[in-house]
Each structure stands twice: as structure tokens, then as C-alpha cells.
Design a protein around this ligand. Structure first.
Ligand code: FPP
Length: 237
């Protein structure tokens, strides 16, 4: 399996090849409009769809969105059900756009805990888009970085393997993909919340005070501009 060398990425220092997005703030955005949290998630999904298109238009090749953490599954049942409803809508209808843009969908996370119909729909899009090698959308669903790391350790142990940094990375859900160059978090919080902890070792971090449904294409461009001005040294001088 190819192991990407991020230091040699053609996009280094300009457009990031891989952007991770922690889509935070849907609930607060809705609350500030006296609307239910589920409305915030719906508007968040619509924003995510627009942002994916925009990111590809400006030359980003891989986008990873954090749609559901392992912890989010413990939210009240009506909120989790509303999110499941959105996933059904997304994989059933909107994910077509991913295929139309000749990009590949990949789910990161433990899908076994999700309803079988959502799993089936997501796997169908994954299989149909597997032939595309250029752009990629990773959707982190029931994802937690610590779970991902423990899972990779157990895989290596079960195979009786000693690992290297590269072979270990290939056992993660993102195996074979470039590490994120830039991670954007919306919603005013400044933490990673168990998102891509191994892969984020040298990612640039960008925090926006905007709630995710209000995070516009121009806000995304501002994050890319900020990224382009940074000096990535990867621990060297
Ligand atoms: C965090 O905001 C957001 C989530 C837990 C869900 C993110 C999901 C989407 C944007 C929509 C659907 C995605 C797909 C793949 C169809 P929050 O609820 O924690 O906001 P808060 O911090 O304001 O409460």
C-alpha cells in the first residue's frame, strides 16, 4: 500500500491536499434561532454538502468531516434519531454528488453500531465510488481516534506483527491516505475532541468562532489563506 509523504505533497504550503473539518455548533446555531437542535443538524448537513463542492473547486483533494463521534451516540434518542434520518437522506440522495464529481467516499469509524439500512446505503456508495482515485470524501461516523488506535494495535497483535510508523498508519481507518494538512474546527471551541489524533501530528489547526451552519465558503477560503501563510517545518529548521 502506498504511504504518502506529506512533506513532498504538491499542495504543501499552498492549497492543503487534505482538510479535516470538525463541524461544531449546529445545536447552538439552532438554539439562537429558537429552533430545535435537529434543525441545526439539517442546516449543518446542507452546509457540509456545499462546502465539499467548494473545497474540490478550489483544489483540495481529500476532505474528512466529523459527522458523529462515538460519544455523540449517547445523546438523547430524538437527537440521535434525527441524525440517523439525515444520514439516510444523505447516503440515499446527496451522496450521488460524490460520484458525479468522480470522488471516492470512505467511512471512518465503527459502522457495526449503526442501523443496518444506513450501513447498507453507505457501503453501496463506498463500493460504487471505489474506482475513483483523485478526490476523496471521508465521513467519520461513530468515529473516535482512541478507538481507532486501539483497533489498529489489536489488528497488529492478532497478526503477530511489530509495527513501524508507516505500517501502523496503514492499519488506521485512513490507511493509505495523506495525513490532514489542515484541520478546521468551527463553533468557538479549541480542541480536537478525539478526531484523527494519530494523523494530526503535524496538521495545522484553524479555529473559527462561526457555528458550522453559518461557516461560509468565504470562511473556508479565509482558513486556506491563513494556512497558505504558515511555515510548516515538520519539526525541522
Ligand atoms: C456538532 O454540533 C455536530 C454534530 C454532532 C453532527 C454533525 C452532523 C452534521 C453536520 C450533519 C450530517 C452529516 C452527514 C454526513 C449527513 P453540536 O450538535 O455538538 O453543536 P453544539 O456544540 O452547538 O451543541
Amino acid at each position: 500500500m502506498a504511504v504518502y509523504d506529506n512533506e513532498k505533497s504538491p499542495a504543501r504550503g499552498r492549497v492543503p491536499a487534505h482538510v479535516g473539518i470538525i463541524m461544531d455548533g449546529n445545536g447552538r446555531w439552532a438554539k439562537s434561532r429558537f429552533m430545535p437542535r435537529s434543525y441545526g443538524h439539517l442546516k449543518g448537513m446542507e452546509r457540509m454538502i456545499g462546502l465539499l463542492e467548494h473545497a474540490f473547486d478550489v483544489g483540495v483533494r481529500v476532505v474528512t468531516v466529523y459527522a458523529l463521534s462515538t460519544e455523540n451516540l449517547s445523546r438523547p434518542k430524538d437527537e440521535v434519531d434525527a441524525l440517523f434520518g439525515l444520514f439516510r437522506k444523505y447516503f440515499g440522495e446527496y451522496a450521488r454528488k460524490i460520484i458525479e464529481r468522480e470522488s471516492r467516499l470512505c467511512i471512518l469509524g465503527d459502522m457495526s453500531a449503526l442501523p443496518a439500512d444506513i450501513r447498507g446505503m453507505a457501503e453501496k456508495v463506498e463500493a460504487e465510488s471505489a474506482r475513483f482515485t483523485g478526490r476523496r470524501v471521508n465521513i467519520a461516523l461513530n468515529y473516535g481516534a482512541r478507538d481507532e488506535i486501539v483497533r489498529a494495535v489489536n489488528l497488529a497483535v492478532s497478526r503477530g506483527e511489530r509495527v513501524t510508523k508507516e505500517s501502523f498508519a496503514s492499519l488506521l481507518y485512513t490507511g493509505g491516505q495523506p495525513d490532514p494538512d489542515l484541520i478546521i474546527r468551527t463553533g468557538k471551541e479549541r480542541r480536537l475532541s478525539n478526531f484523527l489524533l494519530y494523523q494530526a501530528a503535524y496538521s495545522e489547526l484553524y479555529f473559527s468562532d462561526k457555528m458550522f451552519p453559518a461557516f461560509s465558503d468565504r470562511d473556508f477560503d479565509a482558513a486556506l489563506k491563513d494556512y497558505a501563510a504558515r511555515d510548516r517545518r515538520f519539526g525541522k529548521v
